[in-house]
Design a protein around this ligand. Sequence first.
Ligand SMILES: [Mg+2]
Length: 409
Amino acid sequence: MERVIYLVDMQSFYASIEKVIQPQLEDKPVVVAGDPKQRSGIILAACPVAKTYGVKAAEPLWKARAKCSTLHVVKPRMGLYIDISMQITRILEKYSDLVEVYSIDEQFVDVTHTVHLFKNKYYMANAIHDEILDTLGIESRIGIGPTKVLAKMACDHFAKKHPSGMYELTQESVQTDLWPLPIGALFGVGRRMESHFVRMGLHTIGSLANHPLIWIKKRFGINGEVLFRFSHGIDPSPVTKRTHVKQKAIGHHMTLPKDYVEKEAILVVLRELAEEVARRARKQHYLGSGISLYIRGHDFERHDGFKRQIKLAHPTALSDDIFQAAKQLFLDSWHHQPVRAVSVTLTQLEEKTTRQLSLFDDSIKKEALADVIDNIKETYGAASIIRASSLTEAGQAKIRADKIGGHWK
Ligand SMILES: [Mg+2]
């Protein structure tokens, strides 16, 4: 049975959120950007109005200001954006239980087994678009395809440019729609692979698709074979739930708005991830004795990330224990390469009641305190208590939960 997969992408995600929260900015050129004095003075998101001035994401702030003197610059609030991203996941989960969070503003939904509830797949996609818009005020674009790679490319190369914000790539349209595109447009082809292919005379996706596979394999191994398959729209990888961790592990992942290079900034993120993991473990009455850390660098092709694990002496659900372990793993393996994404996971879970009480540490007291904090957060919102370290620029946990409550119904 051919699958029906959507890739749902939010338009100018960060800037759109800011416009919903600050309606006075609605028709103004708005960008979300870091501190202009720092390396982070880079545009993370530009709203459609700013784009009409030629302002683009990833360009330095000074350049954007030169193009548009009336530019409104808003500082990023990652915690808030992550929170909205999670609300979008919850909306998508009404349409299918197979939702995979691909990045903060892109999620895959496999609707193969639920699409029959709607007139057709386009009506269903429209319903998703409208519900996100009505609930959160954010425009989305949807790529449709029988595989993840086709849904993704349908979105990136067509839906975003299409007035309807929607586009479908089928196995049949691969040849006419996809093959004429430059090789760099093929999902998975980074700048390095692009120059390799171009040097071989493979300028378009079609030229790769029609190149003998045996040569591609010889030159690039398994990676080349995967890209060759992508050029034909072939991608058997399933849409896998990434939001609800089945009780074997509790993890939290964060893709950063830019590459982080300072140790202190990365440690702030690690602490926030550890707190979120610990909070969820406590809420579900779990303790875990394994901690794993995953760091992804900025160059996916060069595999400059790493994954490390450690086993603790005692099972825990305390953020400080988790943080200290993650920090140790990080410092042991990090060689100052830029960091793009981080996850911290608590593994080897057990029910809290089965634990032997350790009377020789003060973990009972710490747990009692943690419970109090959890309760305050549940009652007054996640932003009611945050660590001082989260108030630094690197802090991602500045969740303006109460503010969202005030502006969204
Ligand atoms: Mg987007």
